[in-house]
Design a protein around this ligand. Structure first.
Ligand code: SAM
Ligand code: SF4
Length: 330
């Protein structure tokens, strides 16, 4: 039976982001605290449980799945088994968001498993700044990873860059030129207040998408592309160039009215909105009725009624969402 996932505001959910691990080899300052305690193995979904969740959503009409985390490519057993999700009938797109550190090793297998598009996070092209922002990352590894992915010929590769005033806002143009040189796309993200961090005051480092766009427009005129995409980005193009520039603006351009997605955290919690706690725990179903798809589907359909109308982020207040992005699945 083909169900449709429609919420109380008439929005059809056809896109799911599944967090496959909360662990990561980086500690990006906007995403994690310096000292993190990661979840014990028994409280995270097994690879089989992740596959079942994916299968349940696809059977309900979901056509796009993005695997994220934490860093999805550090999850043991994931890459080797990815083709099982990639080959689900009805799934149009299997996507991955990665920090790129393991791409040299995995790009080929990802392509073979049916991954069509990759988002690779890259906030800086300056070695020292990159390490400062990621705390542990090595720029050269990520750049080699991006080249390996380009070599594999994915349908689309997009750089994701969180822009922080005083850290990397002076690199906006360099990042655009990098994307142009590589003939790939790039999206600039406004930092979201997820989790309590001590490294910086988010209100002070906030850099709006409009400011970023102005910086770019001083060098390249931008034309808005009105076509809808699967995600919250608004896209612009430059004259005579195929590189698209996206803006993800949770503060300055609320995108909730078009929201077509839900998330599943690595603990199996179905999260109906990134900026709210409305959720339904799928883990008790996964564990009490292992391998059973029907109860899972029933719970997912019922959860649609919990999807809130919109998120409310305020950088001047204490974060209301205490879960970090790595646990949420960005
Ligand atoms: N580790 C992978 C990566 O970095 O691409 C996937 C997970 S990461 C949580 C997904 C995306 O969320 C990245 O592009 C990252 O820059 C972004 N992100 C993390 N914390 C964020 C925050 N507080 N506000 C906005 N974007 C954030
Ligand atoms: Fe890791 Fe991605 Fe979070 Fe950076 S943004 S710490 S790479 S999960």
């Amino acid at each position: 039976m083909q169900y449709q996932l429609i919420d109380d505001f008439g929005r059809q959910v056809d896109y799911v982001r599944i967090s496959v691990t909360d662990r990561c080899d980086f500690r990006c300052v906007y995403c994690m605290a310096e000292e993190m305690t990661f979840l014990p193995r028994h409280s995270i979904m097994s690879i089989e449980e992740i596959e079942l969740v994916a299968k349940a959503f696809v059977a309900l009409g979901v056509t796009r799945i993005r695997l994220t985390g934490g860093e999805p490519l550090v999850r043991r057993g994931l890459v080797e088994n990815l083709h099982k999700i990639g080959k689900l009938e009805g799934l149009n797109e299997l996507l991955i968001t990665t920090n790129g550190s393991q791409l040299v090793r995995h790009a080929k297998t990802l392509k073979e498993a049916g991954v069509k598009r990759l988002n690779v996070s890259l906030d800086s092209l300056d070695e020292a700044k990159f390490t400062a922002m990621t705390r542990t990352g090595k720029l050269s590894q990520v750049l080699q990873g991006i080249d390996a992915a380009i070599e594999e010929g994915f349908e689309r590769i997009k750089i994701n860059a969180v822009v922080m005033r005083g850290s990397n806002d002076d690199e906006v143009l360099d990042l655009v030129d990098f994307a142009r040189d590589k003939a790939i796309d790039i999206a600039f993200i406004e930092e979201m207040p997820l989790g309590n961090i001590q490294s910086h005051d988010r209100a002070l480092t906030y850099c709006s998408s409009d400011d970023v766009r102005e910086m770019i427009e001083q060098h390249y005129p931008l034309t808005h592309n009105p076509q809808k995409t699967a995600g919250p980005s608004r896209y612009y193009s430059m004259p005579n160039h195929k590189t698209q520039i996206g803006f993800i603006s949770p503060h300055s351009h609320n995108f909730c009215s078009d929201c077509n997605r839900v998330r599943v955290t690595v603990e199996g919690r179905l999260l109906l909105c990134l900026g709210n706690e409305h959720s339904l725990d799928l883990m008790p179903i996964l564990r009490s009725q292992p391998g059973q798809i029907v109860p899972l589907q029933e719970a997912i359909i019922a959860a649609m009624a919990l999807k809130p109308e919109k998120h409310h982020f305020d950088l001047h207040e204490k974060p209301q969402i205490l879960r970090f992005m790595n646990a949420t699945g960005g």
